[in-house]
Design a protein around this ligand. Structure first.
Ligand code: ADP
Ligand code: MG
Length: 246
């Protein structure tokens, strides 16, 4: 499948919905992230190298403060490394302008935030379609995709409610619907099941697994070993570093 590609520097082969490229979906090489706060520095990530292939789900585990969210933010281009390189579909994202990076993120990365990040003034459906509309997907197509994503999670009745009108568990599933909508190549989920009962959590993880089976790559941050067990492998972080190599 090809599409007119006048603005993106990324070739359709590299980032189409059925990649021809054999590049890893995500490749981090010697990525470090140091926060400086006056005289003190915090090394949130310390020389992390990681490859995630299309069709692969990698669990990320580690104690609070070990760098899990920083790893996801950098993989999703919401944050930039202090050193090292990040490639998505073989493309070095640090070489792109901020605008192009945001475009790559909207089109190719599905992000499920730990704290949901729903916009209170938009309806549930509008929260889900916002990134699609920014990318000029027609309003009706976007709405149809949002309803399909909600239906997969049994939430279609909530489409026209506002975030304040749904429960915590529903808000978490709405955030998941947003992360999984469309054909994402890279799905980044930061503790996506924290507010869910175990039956709902398992159905969400089944849905994530089916996206991975369809060819997406995923990083799943979780505290629960039984959830990590659905992943193909697990990366353990401690003080920002990968234990035992990636
Ligand atoms: P986790 O998600 O595993 O709990 P984080 O990635 O959120 O860990 O944080 C890793 C480390 O980086 C922690 O020590 C945290 O305090 C620090 N950190 C994260 N963001 C910032 C920031 N913006 N400024 C300073 N320190 C930060
Ligand atoms: Mg975190």
């Amino acid at each position: 499948m090809t599409r007119p590609n006048t603005t993106s520097p990324l070739s359709p082969q590299q980032l189409s919905n059925s990649p021809v490229s054999t590049a890893p979906a995500l490749q981090l090489d010697h990525v470090s992230r140091v926060h400086r706060d006056g005289p003190t520095t915090v090394t949130a990530l310390d020389d992390v190298s990681l490859i995630v292939e299309p069709g692969e789900l990698v669990a990320v585990m580690g104690p609070s403060g070990s760098g899990k969210s920083t790893l996801l933010n950098i993989a999703g281009t919401l944050d930039s490394p202090t050193s090292g390189t990040v490639r998505i579909g073989g493309v070095d994202v640090s070489a792109l302008s901020a605008t192009r990076r945001a475009e790559v993120r909207r089109r190719h990365v599905g992000y499920v935030f730990q704290d949901y990040n729903l916009i209170p003034t938009l309806t549930v459906a509008e929260n889900i379609t916002l990134p699609l509309e920014l990318d000029h997907v027609g309003r009706r197509t976007a709405r149809r995709r949002a309803l399909a994503a909600l239906a997969e999670l049994g939430l279609e009745d909530l489409a026209d409610r506002f975030p304040a009108e749904v429960s915590g568990g529903q808000a978490q599933r709405i955030a998941i619907a947003r992360g999984l909508i469309g054909d994402r190549h890279l799905i980044l989920a930061d503790e996506p099941t924290g507010a869910l009962d175990s039956v709902t959590a398992e159905s969400v993880l089944d849905l994530l697994r089916s996206r991975i089976r369809d060819g997406a790559a995923g990083l799943l941050v979780t505290h629960e070993p039984r959830f990590a067990a659905v992943a193909d492998r697990t990366v353990h972080l401690r003080d920002g570093a990968v234990l035992g190599g990636a």
